[in-house]
Design a binder for this molecule. Structure first.
Ligand code: ZN
Length: 522
C-alpha cells in the first residue's frame, strides 16, 4: 500500500487522456489502443491474463441500433380518432431485437409501475397475460416513506426505466410505453429526446429476451390517450401506487412501425489476475473495476473534437493500474485471488461491465466483493469518502473501521431518490449478486471548506463533464486519487483474506440473486 504513488497515477492519466488516445471511444481505434496499453501494463506488473484464450482481452460483442425518422407510433382508441404521434416530439422508441423493421399491432394494457418485487410482496404482473402485448407504465416505484417498502424515498432498481423494459421482456411482452413525467424521471423530455434519438448500443448475441418496442411518450400524450379511453390519468397514477392495484386492459390498440439502422461492432474488457495464495480460497475472488472508455473522437466536428475523458475515467484507470501494480509487488498474495478489470462501453450504458458480470472470470457466487472507481477528482487530499451502497452489505463494518483508520468521514448519498447506485459499473456486478460499490471522494478536502469542494464539482459538471474540455492539466493534484487507491487496497486485501465471503444484508433487493447464484441455480 505504501508504494502507491500519486505521480504514477498522474503519468497514467496524462497518457490515457492525451489526444493520441483519441478519447478512447468504444469501437474506435483510440479505445483499442487504450485496451492494449492497459493489458501491457498488467503484463509488466507480472499479473496473469484472465481474458479470452489466455489473453488479457475479453471480447465484448456489441451492436449499435439507430431508430430512423420514418418510424411511426399510433394509439388507436376503440372509440374516437387515432392519435398519431410525432417521432422525437411526442415519442421515442427503440427496437431492441436488432431487426431492420418491426411491425407491431397489439392490445394495450395499463400496468401501473410494472414491477414484480417478491421482497416487497408487490407484483403488477400477477393476474395478467402480457404476452405479445404492449404495456403502458410509469417509471419510478410506488411512493412511500417506509424504509421497508421499496427502500422508502431511495430509488431501488425496480424504479429504473431499464428494469421496466427488462422485466416486461422477461414476461413476454412485445413492447413497453413509458410515460415521461419530469418529476418522476428526474430529468426533462429534452434529455429523453436527445439520448434516445441517436444510435444506442446493446450487447450482441445475448439470449435475454428483448422488446420490439421500447419507448417513451410525453405526459400530454398519455393524458390524451387516457381521456380517449374514458379515464383520468391522475387517478390511474394514484391507483397504481396503492396495494391491490390491478392492471387494466385499455380499450385501445398500439400500431407501430419501427425502422432501424443496425451495425455490429466489438470492443474489449481488459482482465488480469493475481492468483490467491490459499490452496482452497484461491478459487474465490475479489474484483476491482474501472471503465477505460470515453466518448471518443467525433469526425468532422468543428473545434476540439476529442473527448479526452481525463477525469472520466482516466483517473479511475490510473487508480486501478496503481492498485494492480501494488498488489503484484506484495511478498505474499492474499488468500483469495484478486482480479483487475478495466471495462469498456460504460458510456454506452454499462455494457462492458454487464458482459463481465454475465461472463465473469470465476462464477459470480465466488466473488466476495467488487469495488469500482469512476471519475475520481484530482483535487488534493480528501477528508471524506463516498461508498454509497456499502451499507447494504455485510462488509460495511470493515469499511467503517478502515475509513476511521484513514481519517475519512463516510458521507451519505446526497440524493438517494436519483438512483445513482444503478448508474455505474459496480451495479453490473450487484445485479448478478456480487456485493459491490464504488469508492469516491466526498466534497471536503484538506485546507479547504466544503463549499470549495462543492464549487469544484459544480464547475466540473458545468464546464468539463462529458465535454472535449475534460483534459489533463498539470495543476491536477493526484494525492486524493492515491488515498482512494490505498483505501481500496486495504478493503480488498481484507475481503480477500477474511474467513467468509461478503454478502448483501438480508432482505436487500440483490440478496435473492446472491442466494440463487450460490445455490448453483444461476
Ligand atoms: Zn465514467
Amino acid at each position: 500500500m505504501a508504494t502507491v504513488d500519486p505521480e504514477r497515477i498522474r503519468a497514467q492519466v496524462r497518457f490515457l487522456a492525451s489526444d493520441l488516445l483519441e478519447g478512447r471511444g468504444t469501437g474506435q481505434r483510440g479505445g483499442d489502443i487504450a485496451a492494449e496499453y492497459i493489458a501491457t501494463q498488467f503484463a509488466l506488473y507480472g499479473l496473469k491474463p484472465a481474458g479470452d484464450n489466455g489473453t488479457f482481452l475479453q471480447k465484448v460483442p456489441l451492436q449499435g441500433i439507430a431508430t430512423q425518422d420514418n418510424s411511426t407510433l399510433t394509439l388507436l382508441p376503440n372509440r374516437g380518432a387515432p392519435i398519431d404521434l410525432n417521432y422525437r416530439d411526442d415519442f421515442v422508441a427503440m427496437d431492441e431485437t436488432g431487426k431492420q423493421r418491426d411491425d407491431i399491432d397489439a392490445p394495450l394494457i395499463w400496468m401501473g409501475y410494472g414491477i414484480d418485487a417478491p421482497e416487497y410482496n408487490w407484483n403488477d404482473y400477477q393476474d395478467v397475460d402480457v404476452r405479445g402485448k404492449v404495456l403502458l407504465m410509469l417509471v419510478n416505484e410506488p411512493p412511500s416513506d417506509d424504509p421497508r417498502f421499496f427502500a422508502g424515498k431511495a430509488l431501488t432498481y425496480y424504479g429504473r426505466w431499464t428494469y421496466k423494459f427488462e422485466e416486461a421482456a422477461r414476461k413476454g411482452a412485445a413492447g413497453v410505453i413509458l410515460i415521461h413525467e419530469t418529476g418522476m424521471a428526474s430529468y426533462g423530455w429534452n434529455v429523453v429526446r436527445s439520448s434516445w434519438s441517436g444510435e444506442r448500443s446493446y450487447l450482441r448475441n445475448e439470449s435475454a429476451p428483448k422488446l420490439a418496442l421500447a419507448s417513451w411518450i410525453q405526459f400530454d400524450v398519455a393524458n390524451k390517450l387516457a381521456n380517449a379511453c374514458g379515464m383520468d390519468l391522475d387517478e390511474m397514477i394514484a391507483a397504481a401506487g396503492q396495494r391491490g392495484f390491478k392492471p387494466i386492459a385499455l380499450p385501445a390498440r398500439v400500431r407501430a412501425i419501427i425502422i432501424s439502422k443496425v451495425r455490429a461492432f466489438e470492443s474489449n474488457n481488459v482482465v488480469a489476475k493475481l492468483p490467491g495464495s490459499d490452496p482452497k480460497l484461491k478459487e474465490q475472488a475479489v474484483l476491482y473495476t474501472a471503465h477505460y472508455d470515453h466518448l471518443g473522437i467525433v469526425p468532422g466536428m468543428a473545434g476540439d473534437n476529442i473527448y479526452n475523458g481525463a477525469q472520466d475515467n482516466a483517473t479511475g484507470v490510473g487508480i486501478l493500474l496503481e492498485m494492480a501494480r501494488a498488489f503484484a509487488t506484495a511478498k505474499q498474495a492474499p488468500k483469495r485471488s484478486v482480479y483487475f478489470a478495466s471495462v469498456t462501453a460504460e458510456e454506452q450504458g454499462l455494457l462492458g461491465s454487464e458482459y463481465l458480470g454475465k461472463h465473469p472470470p470465476v462464477p459470480a457466487s465466488d466473488i466476495s466483493l467488487a469495488l469500482n472507481y469512476d471519475d475520481v477528482p484530482p483535487l488534493g487530499v480528501p477528508e471524506e469518502v463516498n461508498v454509497a451502497g456499502a451499507e447494504r452489505t455485510t462488509f460495511y463494518p470493515a469499511v467503517e473501521h478502515m475509513a476511521k483508520q484513514f481519517g475519512l468521514t463516510i458521507v451519505p448519498d446526497a440524493r438517494p431518490e436519483a438512483g445513482h447506485y444503478y448508474r455505474s459499473d459496480h451495479f453490473s456486478l450487484a445485479r448478478v449478486g456480487v456485493p459491490a460499490f464504488s469508492i469516491d471522494e466526498g466534497d471536503k478536502y484538506r485546507g479547504h471548506d466544503r463549499e470549495w469542494g462543492v464549487e469544484q464539482a459544480e464547475d466540473y459538471v458545468a464546464h468539463r463533464y462529458h465535454q472535449p474540455s475534460d483534459e489533463y492539466r498539470p495543476t491536477m493534484d493526484f494525492r486524493g486519487d492515491a488515498v482512494m487507491a490505498r483505501f481500496g487496497i486495504a478493503l480488498g486485501w481484507q475481503a480477500a483474506n477474511q474467513q467468509s465471503l461478503a454478502e448483501w444484508q438480508p432482505g436487500d433487493e440483490f440478496a435473492r440473486i446472491r442466494a440463487t447464484s450460490q445455490a448453483g441455480l444461476h
